[in-house]
Structure formats: structure tokens, C-alpha cells
Design a protein around this ligand. Structure first.
Ligand code: ADP
Ligand code: MG
Length: 404
């Protein structure tokens, strides 16, 4: 499928300068990185380019400075953590273009690494300004994009640079695109999708895209309540978007037309209060009382869904099946995640998942490491599930066409 170039396509880059877009946007507390997952993810690309003798200039955004300098949002904040992961010294360059960057390149030896300042300190970055792009590109020989998580943005460092320099997908980007292609591009059928989470309204485009692409659409979480309401179920005090009942009916119809089976729970776990370990009942969906709310799908539904997954070759998962942060409403998510993990281990299922809360839920279930691929990309992952073209990915493709 690779319509884009990867690091396998690099020629001799010894002594050349590589502008490498990475995701350094890690959570911090008291000037310490609290989760270095994203830094670890880009290490293989940096090491590979370094081993090939390139001078590596890392480009990244950090937080939302909105085009102005804020010292607490400087990319220099992550240098210590990145130094530790790479096991080598890293230079900090307080600009992304111009003479300061050029001088820094003169100081770097082949294989050395520098972090450039937060790209979003420059108003041109988020405007995809061609002048800023030219100025940044002037200091590089090649461009590598290893930040899938920023690929839904058409910014200078994610999009424009790919048109100005020979452009390559880094290893993390390549892995992400391969996994997503295997899950929804040209997947092995039958394909199941699990969509959960709080609200239908945030995932309408996801649902609309999926019914056309998958064989089984499993709906859980708060959003299942809206679909149950559309089927005439009384959902009591549950989170439910009653104004979207017609929309839900439209999705049922689209699914029918596309021969996609929609799975809704037939039993649910309900409570009168949303708190940890309250008195709960497990009931048929038609037995929810007015003063109760649905906070998880029930064990019979989970068992049936596990049987569906056993017949499938591919699974894509976004959104927890219940309010998993609050016990015992994590039960369905944990159980189905463990089933998916086991099927993946056995080799019968390719499983891809993404979404902030989904990643946390799979980790909580001890299932994350067994999934074929877990995306930490957030917004970019969702836009991909919506079937949208991502500007950062499209730009890499255009570039490789141009070069034949
Ligand atoms: P992601 O971040 O993986 O895309 P979402 O943000 O869409 O997922 O949804 C996650 C949230 O949905 C969680 O905070 C979870 O508690 C909530 N949720 C799931 N099921 C229910 C439910 N039945 N009632 C209320 N909230 C729910
Ligand atoms: Mg979320």
C-alpha cells in the first residue's frame, strides 16, 4: 500500500541535515515529564537517522502557545527526558528557521541531534504559511514526518515541508499507517468495530463511516443509550441524546443498506447513583426504571459480543463500553478487551484500538500489549476512523508520486 517513502528509501544521508517532525507533546508536572510514551515512540527513527550519519533537527509543537513565545511551553522542557531515552547529548536551538539554526548545524557532528523551538511559537506554523515553510526548509536536505498524531493538521511542520524537500515517513508513522490500513483500508473480513464512549454527537462521523466498512458494528457506552432509545427502550436517567434519535435511526438504515449488523446490548448494569460501588442491578434493557441509569453493558451482552469477535479476523476499537473509571462499571470493557487480546495472541484476530480513554481502558484491562496496534494519536486517530484524508499523510503521498 505504501504510496509514500519510508526510511528504507533513503539514499546516502551522511552529513545531510534531516528535518524530523516528531511528537514531543508529553504531559508534564512540575517541569518533569510524567508519561514519556511519545518520546519512546520516536526514538527508533532518530536512532536510525543518526546511525546513517544525518544531522537531525527535531521539529515539534508543545502545548497551545497560539503563535507567541511562552517559556514554559518551550520544547527545551523535554530535552532531559529525551536525552535519557536516546542516551546521547541533545542540543537545543531556540528558533526553527534562520541564521541561528544554520549556525547550529555547523556545530553538529554527523549523527548529532538537536531540538528546535516550539513550532507553534511562530504564527505561520498553524496557518501553513508558505514563507515560513520556505525559511524552515532552507536549513534541511530531507524531511521526515514521524508524528501521525499531528497529521490531521495542515501546518508548516506537518504538511508544507513535505512539498519542499524529499519527504519520508518515519518508523512510528509507518507503523501507524500500516496498522490503520490493515484495520480499515484493506482489512481481512469479517471486520468488527467497537464504538463506545459517552456521546453519539462526538462520534457521528465515525459511526457513519464504519457502517459502510465493517461487517459488525458493536455499540456500547453512553452512546448505546441513544440507539436503545431509538428502538423504543426507556433508558431512565441514563446519559442519552434524545434529540439524536432520528440520527440513530438513519444509522440503522445505512447499516441495513450496507449489510452491517449493529449490535446493541440486551442486558445492562444500572444504578440510581453514579459513584464507586453503589448498589447495582443487572437487567434486561426493557427493565430499566425511571430513576436508574445505564452505566455498563451486561454480562450476557458481553458473552454474545465475545462470540462475534471469535468469528472475526479484524477488530477496530474506539471508546469504552461503560463508565470504566468507576467500579464496577469497568467489567464489560475489561472482559471484552481481554477476549480481543486472547484472540490476537492466538493469531485469529488483528486488533487496532485508539482514543485517549480507550488506551487507558485497555491498559486497565491488561490487554493493551496484546493488541496488534494501539494508537495514542487522539484527534488524528478519530479523523482517520471518520474516513477523512489526513493532510500530513496526503502530503507524504504526493511527494512520493512526484519523485516517481
Ligand atoms: P475515547 O477518549 O477513547 O475516544 P470517549 O472520550 O468517547 O473515548 O469516551 C470515554 C468516556 O465515556 C469515559 O469517560 C466513560 O466514563 C464514558 N462512558 C462510557 N459509558 C458510559 C455510560 N454508560 N454512561 C456515562 N458515561 C459513559
Ligand atoms: Mg475521551
Amino acid at each position: 500500500m505504501a504510496a509514500f517513502q519510508t526510511l528504507d528509501d533513503l539514499g546516502d544521508i551522511a552529513g545531510k541535515t534531516a528535518l524530523v517532525r516528531v511528537d514531543l507533546n508529553v504531559p508534564m508536572a512540575e517541569a518533569e515529564v510524567t508519561d514519556d510514551t511519545r518520546l519512546r515512540a520516536v526514538a527508533p527513527t532518530i536512532r536510525e537517522l543518526s546511525a546513517k550519519g544525518a544531522k537531525i533537527l527535531l521539529l515539534a509543537h508543545f502545548g497551545r502557545p497560539k503563535g507567541a513565545k511562552h517559556s514554559e511551553l518551550s520544547t527545551s522542557m523535554v530535552i532531559d527526558a529525551l536525552t535519557e531515552i536516546l542516551g546521547r547529548e541533545i542540543m537545543f536551538v531556540p528558533e526553527i528557521a534562520g541564521a541561528v539554526v544554520k549556525q547550529s548545524i555547523g556545530i553538529l557532528a554527523d549523527g548529532d541531534v538537536a531540538v528546535l523551538e516550539n513550532s507553534r511559537f511562530y504564527p505561520g506554523e498553524e496557518k501553513n504559511d508558505p514563507e515560513l515553510a520556505k525559511a524552515v526548509a532552507a536549513n534541511g536536505d530531507i524531511y521526515v514526518n514521524d508524528a501521525f498524531s499531528a497529521a490531521h493538521r495542515a501546518h508548516v511542520t506537518t504538511e508544507a515541508l513535505a512539498h519542499l524537500l524529499p519527504a519520508y515517513a518515519g518508523r512510528a508513522m509507518e507503523a501507524e499507517l500500516k496498522a490503520l490500513e490493515a484495520a480499515l483500508g484493506e482489512p481481512e473480513h469479517p471486520v468488527a468495530a467497537v464504538v463506545g464512549g459517552a456521546k453519539v454527537s462526538t462520534k457521528l462521523d465515525v459511526l457513519t463511516n464504519l457502517v459502510r466498512r465493517v461487517d459488525h458494528l458493536i455499540i456500547g457506552g453512553g452512546m448505546a443509550n441513544t440507539f436503545l432509545a431509538a428502538r423504543g427502550v426507556k433508558v431512565g436517567k441514563s446519559l442519552c441524546e434524545h434529540d439524536l434519535v432520528e440520527t440513530a435511526n438513519g444509522i440503522f438504515e445505512a447499516a441495513d443498506a450496507a449489510s452491517c449488523t449493529i449490535h446493541l446490548p440486551y442486558d445492562v448494569v444500572v444504578a440510581e447513583e453514579f459513584k464507586a460501588n453503589p448498589p447495582v442491578r443487572t437487567v434486561n434493557v426493557h427493565e430499566v426504571s425511571d430513576n436508574e441509569m445505564i452505566l455498563d453493558i451486561g454480562p450476557a451482552a458481553v458473552e454474545a459480543l465475545a462470540d462475534v469477535l471469535k468469528t472475526c479476523r479484524t477488530l477496530v476499537w474506539n471508546g469504552p463500553l461503560g463508565a470504566f473509571e468507576t467500579p464496577p462499571f469497568d467489567a464489560a470493557t475489561v472482559s471484552l478487551a481481554q477476549t480481543a487480546a486472547a484472540l490476537t495472541r492466538e493469531g485469529s484476530l488483528t486488533s487496532v484500538a485508539g482514543g485517549g480513554d480507550t488506551v487507558a481502558a485497555l491498559a486497565h484491562a491488561g490487554a493493551k500489549d496484546d493488541f496488534s496496534f494501539v494508537s495514542t494519536a487522539g484527534g488524528a486517530f478519530l479523523e482517520w476512523m471518520e474516513g477523512k484524508a489526513l493532510p500530513g499523510v496526503e502530503a507524504l503521498k504526493t511527494q512520493s508520486r512526484k519523485q516517481g
